[in-house]
Design a binder for this molecule. Sequence first.
Ligand code: F9N
Length: 278
Amino acid sequence: MPSTLEDFEVIGTIGTGSYGTCKKIRRKKDGKVMVWKEMEYGSMTESEKQMLVSEVNLLRELRHQHIVRYYDRIIDRTQAIIYIIMEYCQGGDLASIISRNRKDGTHVSEDFAWKILIQATLALKECHRRKNGKAVLHRDLKPANVFLDADANVKLGDFGLARVLQHEHSLAQTYVGTPYYMSPELVNNQSYNEKSDIWSLGCMLYELCALTPPFTATNEGDLKRKIRIGQFPRLPTQYSLELDMIIRRMIQVEVSMRPSIDSILADSVVQRKQDSLN
Ligand SMILES: CN(C)CCCNS(=O)(=O)c1cccc(Nc2nc(OCC3CCCCC3)c3[nH]cnc3n2)c1
């Protein structure tokens, strides 16, 4: 029985993203708290709508403990709005954690950093696992797309929606932020690949610990130059050499030098940290 808007009550607005508004909702029949993301599709061409449908169908395939769960979608044809109903992540996003630490002058613990590294890598592994020959590359890995549940476990979110936003009418094109995590291959207009997600994962983990991205600049030209050179400061000294090393390996200009997901998970320190997490 597909859901209808009447099955839910809106209990709050979480925020507005490049593609629409995210609201906190409660399912009436059992009181379960969820979110829905409202996307207007009225200005989309037929091919863009088809892309949206296929992205949503990909979302419903992704079932993993560290990926935000997709539950359902409601299409309101009168308003030309699609509501994508997903798991509510009570812990918020990593972007909020980073900005709070930056404001307070505090840092996340070493163990928290390892936990995020391990769980985000496991989530990426699931995305890259070939689904009927179609890899689901994330393409938009950044702190604002990594959420935490009530137990501070990682929930990777907003898959594919980044790709849907490439349609020319979308506001996302005009409001996109500074591409701090752009990989060297993207800077050089080469193809995006699984190791590009590893680069972004490294940048995100670096920023989680250092409270600044590895590469910063006041204009895109300088940023691209720094990314191509690929040099950045060591993590703050409170973090171990092992953590600095594994993040540094992910942020290597040479694609082939970056670790694969499996080699990250096979790392002896990761194994030891994973055991202490379980
Ligand atoms: C834009 N920022 C100021 C964020 C303000 C809001 N803080 S926050 O740190 O994201 C935050 C605070 C408390 C709960 C949640 N839970 C949550 N948020 C989602 O998306 C947030 C949304 C993403 C697009 C941009 C707008 C915000 C989810 N998507 C699927 N499950 C979700 N659970 C998030």
